[in-house]
Ligand binder design. Structure first.
Ligand code: LLP
Length: 469
């Protein structure tokens, strides 16, 4: 969840500042289940384990920092979404995290895959994802990307601009093929989330506006194009959304557009995609609805609006990313330094520096996103104190966990685990300060597998044309 009251108030204890939402835990060693993958426990010896493997052992095997995915949890979540939305198609949003192994798990669990770049499309094809189960997104898809999608016969291309329609028609003629397309629309719904991740309000780069009439024009154009097969409409209203209110308005506006299109052409469109954006718990404060609750709510909304507009119910799809991979993953760090800094007014802040930072998780710096953390290598009887977990980078905003209660005896050598780090951490990681990106490993029944290996300095220097050895 994105909390905006960054400065915080003197709430959680008398001498260190903390935001109002952060409450002192009764037991600082307790792990809040909704934050962690289902197999995460604190063993009797105090060490946190994932899928039967102690994080101390895992750190010994793969080093730190590392992203750790719980394979069974990922598969169960993927299946959970598929089953809760039975009869609808669930596309896993690859942008949240994608590698060939994940793409295979997604397909094995019966989901389809949403890609939004040439790179993601290439990973999906390399993994053997059946092309008809791939949906292609992007507001400025390259010719190379469109050509690859058309040649391989992807299931659908979500068209984002008039330029793209022309480009697709030309490429289809050249390749003597047709493209199955959906029109990405902006519904004018403002999801209550950070401005940078809300996508359906009017003043942004995505899609065709319903309100401005461009959406209907684009739909009619595609419908009449001999090279394009218009499947339907796509709407994505934003990310980290906790309730169905925004989806209700989006469904009403998109289905009204279905009705207008029917009036204009006499044709009922076959498909509607409601996008992704379903929120997860990053801190104890976050309370996301379950897939079953969301599915029940969305089904009711769709049925109601379809009746209201006198339509035949189209095939519906959704595109969750974060809600599947987010809670399945944690980030594991080793503490390097602990510092207590006087910040005035008799207050101090405890800075715990770990061996990662904004290069492996940019979300706190980019969106003021809040995270949690737990001491993972042991339990502690020490007093919980408000702490800030920071990284190694040359920048004051290099914060991983802005405010968290951690035991006052956290010291160099300890391991910290940050839950809900499976989505948009590795996929948005950078090499800032020439930092190699951490590996992604999965754990199943006590065994580790590497999904993406750790980058090395040699990997980075290999790109440096002036490096001689
Ligand atoms: N479908 C479309 C068309 C999208 O643009 C997105 C996310 C999704 C599905 C998946 O959304 P999810 O279910 O994962 O929330 N990097 C940001 C969020 C921006 C994501 C953009 N699109 C973050 O770290 O929160």
């Amino acid at each position: 969840m994105t909390h905006m009251h960054v400065a915080g108030s003197i709430h959680a204890d008398a001498t260190s500042p903390a935001p109002v939402w952060l409450t002192r835990p009764e037991d600082v060693n307790a792990l809040t289940p909704k934050l962690w993958s289902s197999s995460v426990t604190r063993d009797p010896d105090g060490v946190v384990s994932v899928a039967g493997l102690k994080l101390t052992d895992l750190a010994g095997q793969v080093g730190t920092p590392a992203y750790v995915l719980d394979e069974r949890d990922f598969r169960e979540r993927a299946r959970g979404w598929r089953d809760a939305f039975g009869g609808w198609t669930v596309y896993y949003a690859g942008k949240s995290f994608l590698c060939t192994t994940i793409a295979r798990w997604v397909v094995e669990e019966g989901l389809s895959l949403d890609v939004c770049s040439l790179g993601e499309l290439t990973v999906a094809l390399r993994a053997g994802v059946p092309p008809e189960r791939i949906g292609m997104h992007g507001n400025n898809k390259s010719e190379e990307e469109l050509r690859l999608g058309l040649e391989r016969g992807v299931g659908r291309i979500i068209v984002d601009s008039a330029d793209e329609i022309g480009r697709l028609e030309r490429l289809c003629a050249e390749l003597d093929t047709t493209a199955r397309v959906m029109i990405r629309v902006t519904t004018g719904v403002e999801a209550h989330t950070h401005e940078y991740i809300a996508t359906a309000h009017e003043d942004q780069k995505f899609g065709f506006s319903i309100q401005g009439g461009q959406a209907l024009v684009a739909m009619v154009r595609c419908y009449h194009s001999p090279r394009l097969d218009l499947l339907g409409i796509h709407s994505h209203i934003g990310s980290q959304i906790f309730d169905t209110n925004g989806f209700e308005v989006a469904a009403r506006r998109t289905l009204k557009l279905f009705a207008q299109f029917k009036e204009a052409t006499g044709v009922s469109l076959a498909e509607l995609d409601l996008g992704g954006g379903f929120g997860i718990a990053y801190t104890k404060e976050d309370d996301p609805a379950s897939p079953a609750e969301l599915a029940a709510g969305l089904r009711e909304i769709i049925a109601h609006e379809v009746r209201g507009f006198g339509l035949v119910e189209p095939a519906i799809s959704i595109e969750p990313g974060r809600a599947i991979v987010g809670p399945s993953g944690l980030a594991l760090y080793r503490v390097g330094t602990v510092k207590v800094v006087e910040i005035g007014g008799g207050m101090s802040r405890r800075y715990i520096s770990v061996d990662g930072g904004m290069s492996d998780n940019i979300r706190p710096a980019l969106y003021a996103a809040e995270y949690s953390a737990s001491l993972a290598s042991r339990s502690s009887d020490a007093e919980p104190v408000v702490s800030r977990v920071v990284g190694v980078h040359c920048e004051g905003g290099d914060i991983l966990v802005r405010d968290e209660f951690l035991p006052s005896d956290v010291r160099p050598g300890d391991l910290l685990a940050v839950p809900a780090a499976g989505a948009y951490s590795r996929s948005m990681a950078s090499n800032y300060n020439h930092t190699p990106r951490p590996p992604v490993v999965s754990v199943l029944d006590g065994r580790v597998s590497t999904l993406v290996r750790r980058e090395t300095l040699d990997d980075l220097l290999a790109l440096d044309a002036g490096a001689s050895d």
